[in-house]
Every structure is written in structure tokens, then in C-alpha cells.
Design a protein around this ligand. Structure first.
Ligand SMILES: Nc1nc2c(ncn2[C@@H]2O[C@H](COP(=O)(O)OP(=O)(O)OP(=O)(O)O)[C@@H](O)[C@H]2O)c(=O)[nH]1
Length: 387
């Protein structure tokens, strides 16, 4: 089969045989304006300023598991080490943007904080908040936790109605499957009734069964973070175009450090596939630490890895940039056309960077507008000084 070489913008060479008239392989293309092939080097990503970063608040009663979640997801602490964590007695802010592609702050708000304490600045806490995660210890009596949930959601919603309210029904590793379902149903019913009684029936809560002892906490956090990424539909569309033109069955765009997937294609997520991809990231980072140029576990430029499973399935990892990796799951016979997949990956990587470049340009334009509003005569002064 002769291979046509396309130099167009973002043209994907599809993994299709010739069509009926033999007119050559089917060609799909990225939406207009996306980049060229893989010849460019990886452009740099820069962190947003703290006030721009969406903020995730981790709240809940004492000992519910907030600090453990933050340590396990964002600091690679093993679950057993969380047994020795000290209690949090003040708000702990964790800016994960320097080690994570997704730029946001996680605020671990201690369980015993008093909302009616005048020093607790609700406007600041909830004003810039993107998502409020309320953690409930499912192994404990949760009536008091539900009362606290209703109070905090009511207070936060009145200050910032755009907040995404997420409830982590946590420590479910200690419950049987039936008990998990019954607990989630009970908590869902009680919290919804409590909010309706408070006249807040229009507030939507999302519920997740989580534990730090399996991948459920990573999956739940992935769902929360995806709601804070406005470019998510574009990323999903790019992944759909990539897999449909490359014979790939499933693709995840991973934030490597936290193993949060910030986007995947439209096909259903199978938890076993997701867990395999998380384990693959651990293996690749460990190998990079041993044999790579860097010792901080980040990728060191064009990393890639192939793992062949005994089910004729291949896991194929390609570095998108220092913090992001694409992991594809495909049949072994589809991998015969690795050249096609690599070319299409190059187009995909360039398109991803353009999506985030547009975000940066928009943020810079906003900052300039705000500065002009704040100092309307600044340009005049500068001209006066130079004339
Ligand atoms: N079984 C189980 N234990 C957990 C889980 N997550 C956290 N823990 C344990 O719960 C205890 C309290 O965890 P922390 O993270 O300190 O709780 P916290 O909400 O930060 O507590 P404060 O700092 O007092 O607000 C620790 O012993 C953790 O090991 C989980 O998913 N399953």
C-alpha cells in the first residue's frame, strides 16, 4: 500500500484500507487551525498565577481522611504512611501546578475549623473556589458529618453559586459491596433532603465512593478536575479523532505526577484499564528515575513505553510534555502500523499545545485588560517619561 505523505495542517493518515475506487487511504483531519506534524520541539508550559488557578477545597470532619487524600494523590505517599499523619489545625494550601500540568490549588481545611469565627474569611475561601470536596468517613457514624455538609454547602453556595459540590464517601475499603451501595443511597437521600429543607434544592451534589487503598480516589479526583478544565470538550474531541484514525481502542490523557486523567475519548471508562494505565505510569517513572536523565520522576523529553499483555493487547505510552502523557490501549495487530500512530500522535501533541497556548493568550489578554482598568493613564505616563 503506497503511503501518501501529507504536509497539511493537522492531517491524520487514517488506519483504513483503500476505499472502493482505490483513491488512496481515508484521511481525517483535526479541526481547522491546528498544528502541523511532529517536527516542532515541545513548547514550554507556564503556570497560571495563583489567583487564576481554580481552587479545590477539601473539607470534612476531623479524621475523615482529607490530608491522606491530598498526600496519596499529589505527593505519592503510600496509603499505609497516612496512619502517622498529624492532625491538621490550620488551612494547608498545596499548589500542585509546579509539578502537575493541571494548575490548581488544593486547600486542606481542618475538620475542627469554626466557620463562625470572625477570622475565617468565607468570601476569600469560597469566592475563588472551583470545587468543594466534602469528605465523609463511611466507616463512622455520619449524621454529624451530614449536618456539617449542609451548613458548609449552604454558606459556600450563597457566596459562590458556581462551585462544583462533590461528596467523597470515603474509607469504603472497610465496607462490603452491599454496604457501600446502601451507605451511598442513605447519604444521598439524607443530604438531598437536608438541602431541600434549607431551601437549597437547586444545589447539585455529586457523590463518589472512595478509598486511598485502591484507584477509586484517583478516579474520583479525575472526575472533579475534569469539571475545572474548560478545554475538556476540545481535548475529548481530539482524542476521539486520534483513536478513530489510528486503530486505537481507548486513550487517556494523564497528568503523570498525580495519575489523574484530565481527558479520555467518549467510549466508556473501564476501571481495570484505568488501573493498568496507572500501574504503567508507575513503572515508566521508576525506570526513568533509574535510567533517565532526570531523577525527579518527571519525563525527560520524548519518553515512550510499550507494554504487551498476554491478552494480545498493547499499552502504548507517549510523552505529550513534561507533565502530560498519552496512554493508548490497542490490539497487538493494530500496532503493526506504529509509524501511522506515531505520526498521528505528533499531530495530536501539537494540537494539545495549541489548545493551551490559546488559554495562555486569553489569560494574558485578561491580565492586560485588568491592569489597564486599574491604571488607565499608565500608558500616558510612560509616553510622558520618554518624550
Ligand atoms: N481505611 C481507610 N483509612 C483511611 C483512608 N483515608 C484516610 N484514612 C485514615 O484516616 C485517618 C485520618 O486521616 P487524615 O488524613 O489525617 O484525616 P483528616 O481529615 O486530615 O483529619 P484532620 O487533620 O484532623 O482534619 C488516618 O489514620 C488515615 O490513615 C481510607 O481510604 N481508608
Amino acid at each position: 500500500m503506497s503511503r501518501n505523505t501529507f504536509k497539511g495542517s493537522g492531517i491524520l493518515i487514517a488506519d483504513k484500507s483503500y476505499d472502493d475506487e482505490g483513491a488512496g487511504p481515508y484521511v481525517g483531519s483535526f479541526p481547522k487551525g491546528f498544528g502541523y506534524g511532529p517536527e516542532d520541539s515541545e513548547p514550554e508550559t507556564t503556570a497560571a498565577s495563583p489567583e487564576e488557578q481554580p481552587r479545590i477545597l477539601l473539607m470534612g470532619l476531623r479524621r475523615s481522611g482529607k490530608s491522606s487524600i491530598q498526600k496519596v494523590v499529589f505527593h505519592k505517599v503510600s496509603p499505609n504512611e497516612t496512619l502517622f499523619l498529624e492532625s491538621t489545625n490550620k488551612i494547608v494550601k498545596d499548589d500542585v501546578s509546579n509539578s502537575s500540568f493541571v494548575q490548581f490549588q488544593v486547600w486542606d481545611v481542618p475538620g475542627q475549623i469554626d466557620f463562625f469565627d470572625p477570622t475565617f474569611d468565607s468570601e476569600t475561601i469560597f469566592g475563588g473556589c472551583g470545587a468543594l470536596i466534602f469528605v465523609i468517613d463511611a466507616q463512622d457514624d455520619y449524621i454529624e458529618a451530614l449536618a456539617r455538609l449542609q451548613m458548609e454547602v449552604t454558606r459556600a453556595y450563597k457566596i459562590n453559586p458556581n462551585i462544583k459540590f462533590e461528596v467523597f464517601i470515603h474509607k469504603v475499603d472497610g465496607l462490603s459491596d452491599d454496604n457501600k451501595i446502601e451507605t451511598q443511597r442513605d447519604i444521598h437521600q439524607r443530604s438531598t433532603d437536608d438541602l431541600a429543607e434549607a431551601g437549597m434544592e437547586n444545589v447539585h451534589l455529586s457523590f463518589h465512593l472512595t478509598s486511598i487503598y485502591d484507584h477509586s480516589i484517583f478516579e474520583a479526583f479525575s472526575k472533579v478536575v475534569q469539571k475545572l478544565i474548560p478545554q475538556l470538550p476540545v481535548l475529548e474531541n481530539l482524542l476521539n479523532i486520534l483513536i478513530s484514525n489510528s486503530g486505537i481502542e481507548k486513550a487517556f490523557l494523564f497528568d503523570v505526577m498525580s495519575k489523574i486523567y484530565i481527558a479520555t475519548d467518549s467510549s466508556p471508562v473501564d476501571m481495570q484499564c484505568y488501573e493498568l494505565c496507572c500501574d504503567m505510569i508507575d513503572v515508566v517513572i521508576d525506570m526513568s528515575c533509574i535510567y533517565g536523565a532526570r531523577d525527579d520522576g518527571a519525563f525527560d523529553g520524548d519518553s515512550s513505553a510499550i507494554i504487551k499483555l498476554n491478552t494480545n493487547t498493547i499499552l502504548y505510552l507517549r510523552e505529550v510534555n513534561r507533565h502530560l502523557a498519552l496512554i493508548c490501549i490497542l490490539r497487538e495487530d493494530s500496532f503493526d502500523k506504529q509509524g501511522l500512530i506515531d505520526y498521528n500522535f505528533g499531530c495530536f501533541r501539537k494540537a494539545i499545545q495549541q489548545v493551551f497556548d490559546i488559554k495562555k493568550q486569553a489569560a494574558a489578554a485578561r491580565a492586560k485588560t485588568n491592569a489597564t482598568r486599574a491604571f488607565p493613564h499608565a500608558n500616558g505616563i510612560a509616553e510622558g517619561a520618554t518624550s
